[in-house]
Ligand binder design. Structure first.
Ligand code: CP
Length: 318
């Protein structure tokens, strides 16, 4: 694996999950594989879980780790070519990236969608610049259109908790006061479409995701109907994808907030969310605190998904 930006980079997904679960049993089994190697984690946006879990994953593999917050202490970066740099950005990303590549062996990048230019976001301009110009293996720590470390952890969690061979998994939109990217639902859909699950997406009209991620999923606009018989409920907000509303909030309808009323029609479903989560917007206190909430083990599996990916990048970078 030369880079990790989506589910296809994992190859056989069942084998990847099996490998992850083996790593989870003994996460220090490969503690020499990253000896004298440096992991650089570059953040253009805030993080709690990704920062901690990915750094821990690198340390489990014996790596040195460096974290760079672009917006705290680094020079502000210009990202567009052709710009006359007479403003507040003293460095261009096309010099900064190869310089970063000089100091490390693997680079993780977090760079969210900006919602200024759909093409810039959906071409994954920043992530692809790192892949093209760093000279090092690159993995996504949530980019403009995907969060594959999160979705891999989500699949590992479903594998651990499922009670039937082919569970029903429902991705539900839920309200939020700010416009959030589609990266998490896109990647979750990408992974669920490759997994052995019945996959349903529910959201208000206007919140349709990119067809390249929806693929074979059933789209159901009636949230309660979608929840019937579900084994896993995965809640997430996202802003509109479709033009002319790209990046806009179309609804804050709190009848979509996942509550006990919603969970009552499921098959005693587990509740999942990538976190951070806004309580009583996305999900009620009662549901997230219930025994069926698996948001903490889900977050814990971020260390395992990251370690599996970094291990593969190290092994293939010979
Ligand atoms: N789920 C997730 O990526 O969390 P952070 O934004 O805190 O890293």
């Amino acid at each position: 694996m030369k880079s990790y930006t989506n589910v296809k980079d994992l190859g056989n997904l069942q084998a990847a999950v099996k490998e992850a679960l083996e790593i989870k049993k003994n996460r220090y089994a490969y503690k020499y594989i990253g000896e004298n190697k440096t992991l650089l984690m570059v953040f253009f946006n805030s993080s709690l879980r990704t920062r901690l879990s990915t750094q821990k994953a690198g340390m489990n593999l014996g790596m040195n780790t460096i974290v760079l917050d672009i917006n705290q202490g680094a020079w502000k970066l210009e990202t567009e070519r052709g710009v006359i740099m007479d403003g507040d950005k003293p460095e261009h990303i096309l010099e900064a990236i190869p310089v970063m590549g000089c100091y490390c062996d693997i680079i993780g990048v977090r760079s969210f969608a900006r919602f200024e230019d759909k093409q810039f976001d959906y071409q994954e301009t920043i992530l692809n610049q790192f892949i093209q110009y760093s000279g090092k293996p690159v993995f996504s720590m949530e980019a403009a259109t995907g969060h594959p470390l999160q979705a891999f952890a989500d699949l590992i969690t479903i594998e651990e908790y499922k009670k039937k061979a082919r569970p029903k998994v429902v991705l539900t939109w839920a309200p939020h006061p700010r416009a959030l990217p589609q990266a998490v639902p896109n990647s979750f859909a990408d992974f669920m479409n490759e997994a052995d699950v019945d996959f349903v997406i529910t959201h208000p009209e206007g919140y349709e995701l990119d067809e390249r991620f929806v693929r074979n999923a059933t789209v159901e606009y009636d949230q309660m109907k979608a929840f019937e018989g579900a084994d896993f409920i995965y809640a997430k907000n996202w802003a509109a994808y479709k033009d002319p509303n790209y990046g806009k909030i179309l609804s804050t309808d709190r009848s979509w907030t996942v509550s006990e009323k919603h969970m009552a029609v499921t098959n005693n479903a587990y509740f999942m969310h990538c976190l951070p989560v806004r309580r009583n917007m996305i999900v009620t206190d009662d549901v997230i605190e219930s025994p069926q909430s698996i948001v903490i083990p889900e977050a814990a599996n971020r260390e395992i998904s990251a370690q599996t990916v970094i291990k593969r990048l190290l092994q293939d970078d010979k």
